[in-house]
Design a protein around this ligand. Sequence first.
Ligand code: ATP
Ligand code: MG
Ligand code: FE
Length: 335
Amino acid sequence: QIILAIESSCDETAAAIIRNGCEIVSNVVASQIESHKRFGGVVPEIASRHHVEQITVVIEEALAQANMNPSDLDAVAVTEGPGLVGALLIGINAAKAFAFANNLPIIGVHHIAGHIYANALVQSMEFPLLALVVSGGHTELVYMKEHGSFDVIGETRDDAAGEAYDKVARVLDLPYPGGPHIDKLAQEDCEAVSFPRVWLEEDSYDFSFSGLKSAVINYKHNMDQRGEKISPTAVAKGFQESVVEVLTAKTLRAAREYKVKQVIAAGGVAANKGLRTSLEKVFAEEDIPFFVPPLKLCTDNAAMIGAAATPMFEAGIRGDLTMNGRPGMELKSWV
Ligand code: ATP
Ligand code: MG
Ligand code: FE
């Protein structure tokens, strides 16, 4: 099947065409990062306005790059939630109009299912599978026993990993989004500041990053009070070491307990070099295949939405023209 996919849940306006759930025919992303930078985060009103301006442009561009017409398509897929409601609605309304005008079925996709299925564009997913989802708004361990089956076995109790990265970056006066900047500093050779690891209860797969964030803030505050200058490199390195160690250890423990055949990482923070290296190392030792998508499929894009929509399409799942943006949509199994 050939699916046109649309994504507009946050600050990228994106459209893509996916063949058979695994082949990217075209993949267009219009990023708004430059417009949000000076505010240090995503401003919902500005996001909506950019989506309105860009949505038709990216859809037409995705078709043009694929050298396709609407008549070549089998369905339209769109991110239904979670995300910013005003942002979601622009993609959803564009998808509904396109589906109606071209007499195509419409499929509403969960954004996090999309992040997970970005992996299907790179290799085939083998079940049972464990996905570590680490993005701007989510940090979750998801167990999948088959396509369309999602069991969230652990999640963050406060900040998401990406959110912690962005907040710590702000303390260090690094530009938004801070994740890539901290990652870069953390690769440098220097002695790291030591920050706590938050493990929670012994058997818990949940995460907590707000304590770590506060530890960084307190460290800076204390140094300021003593009139000493902090080393952003040493702080970034210490912060990243703590995040990576906890994410890696919990993912490994879950992979063992659930005896999975494959481990995958997904979401913007999966672009992190320290995290990728650490997960690759432990799962090579453990002899469990580990995969992470290339950088541009880790952050928001529509190709991943098309990849997730394909098994839904095959399962006969269809939305209709009453589809609405669902800002707090939960990740539910469709099988
Ligand atoms: P969600 O998917 O939960 O709705 P989102 O779509 O905003 O949130 P993504 O686009 O998946 O999130 O990821 C963006 C996040 O990834 C930002 O917090 C950003 O700082 C972080 N990020 C991107 N690259 C890196 C990196 N190399 N290291 C750490 N974090 C990174
Ligand atoms: Mg984004
Ligand atoms: Fe995302």
